[in-house]
Design a protein around this ligand. Structure first.
Ligand SMILES: [Ca+2]
Length: 389
């Protein structure tokens, strides 16, 4: 989303006329927060819920100091902003307390610098559902610290989910914090980080058709090969920490290499068959930094490999192909299409590029647009429309 906003602002600076019917770049409504002033990165992530009187704009400020945890250094914060009057107020999404906050009898949380609000995604219920809109919000730099010797600190990442209108009630997810999976011993006799630096929630995506499941990207997992995982809410269970996680096996999967950063961005779509939801996640440092995007399903059994359906390749070294993703049906043929950002693609100086893969059933055709062309804004405005509705 950040990339999309950056893209739109870039286009605005170059005085291109907007083609979108739902983007008014002449009369922007500007949201700000005094509490999040300075280096809070207010606006790093955003999610708009357009629900009549309940409408709310959620804004992440991952380097903000929190009014709820005055003793914690820059835990990050999420603000609820009123689309009607523009006012913003911090939202208490993490109700587990300030510092020191116990995680268990032998581990504690380190919320300093946890980047709460770095990523978020919102799901609006479909017409036949009576549930409310829900949002997932992540703190990918959240750490757990062991209280026994030798003390260790692991940047596992934590996420929360909540109903959009419920204030102060949320569920917690720390799926990669199990002690046994923090490091792995390999044949060379050395220990490496498996989940220990995973940064789960670096990206997050809640599919439109999935009421109780959402997906995370964890680009630091498996020696920075990266990973993605699927979380299942248990709304019928009152325990805030009870969840299921589908964690695929990445180490040993030859399709992933160290430092690929798979999970840097994540989305989903019904790309080939209506009703068949596939996930797509980027690995922008794969192929010696040309980047790849994997289209896949999560396995149904634990500790098994992802079911990869397709792999899309970047074209230029260092373009960071796959670091921003979204999906929507740009040509209204009933199949979702995949839009891939490559913000460092360069003709002269990192102009960036957007690739639109238009699905033709089992085959895809590719349309590539440089960001300076108007086509791109057209596609982006379609995406924003899709996102809001
Ligand atoms: Ca389509």
């Amino acid at each position: 989303m950040l990339f999309l906003l950056a893209l739109l602002s870039t286009l605005h600076l170059h005085h291109h006329q907007a083609l979108g019917y739902n983007v008014d770049d002449k009369h922007p409504k500007i949201f700000s927060s005094e509490a999040a002033a300075g280096k809070s990165y207010f606006g790093y992530s955003v999610a708009l819920y357009a629900g009549g009187e309940d409408s709310v704009l959620l804004v992440g400020a991952p380097r903000a100091n929190s009014s709820f945890f005055p003793g914690v250094f820059e835990p990050g914060a999420v603000y609820r902003c009123s689309p009607a009057n523009g006012s913003c107020k911090e939202w208490l999404i993490d109700v587990s307390g300030g510092k020191p906050a116990a995680l268990s009898s032998f581990e504690r949380q380190v919320k300093d610098g946890s980047w709460l609000g770095a990523s978020m995604d919102l799901r609006v219920p479909q017409e036949d559902e009576s549930t409310e809109a829900r949002v997932a919000i992540c703190a990918p730099r959240w750490k757990k610290e062991t209280l026994y010797a030798p003390k260790r600190s692991y940047m596992n990442g934590m996420c929360f989910s909540s109903g959009v209108s419920r204030r102060g009630t949320s569920r917690r997810y720390f799926p990669l914090s199990k002690t046994a999976s923090q490091t792995v011993s390999l044949m060379d006799g050395n220990n490496y980080y498996d989940h220990g630096m995973a940064e789960a929630g670096f990206s997050v995506h809640w599919p439109t058709n999935s009421r109780l499941q959402f997906a995370l990207g964890a680009p630091g997992a498996a020696i920075w090969s990266g990973s993605s995982l699927l979380l299942t809410e248990k709304l019928w269970d009152s325990a805030t920490d009870n969840f299921e996680a589908t964690i695929p096996k990445i180490l040993g999967d030859a399709r992933f290499e160290r430092s690929d950063y798979f999970g840097y961005a994540i989305t989903s779509g019904q790309f080939y068959e209506p009703g068949e939801v596939l996930y797509a996640a980027g690995a922008p440092r794969s192929s010696r930094t040309r980047g790849k995007v994997f289209v896949y399903q999560f396995p149904s059994h634990k500790n098994t490999q992802l079911l990869v359906k397709d792999i899309l390749d970047g074209e230029q070294y260092g373009e960071y192909f796959g670091s921003a993703l979204t999906a929507c049906d740009v040509n209204s043929d009933g199949r979702d299409d995949l839009i891939i950002g490559a913000p460092l693609w360069s003709r002269l100086s990192d102009e960036g590029r957007v690739y639109a893969y238009v699905s033709q059933g089992s085959q895809k055709s590719i349309h590539t647009y440089a960001v300076s062309e108007d086509f791109c804004l057209h596609y982006m405005s379609l995406q924003l429309h899709y996102y809001v509705t």
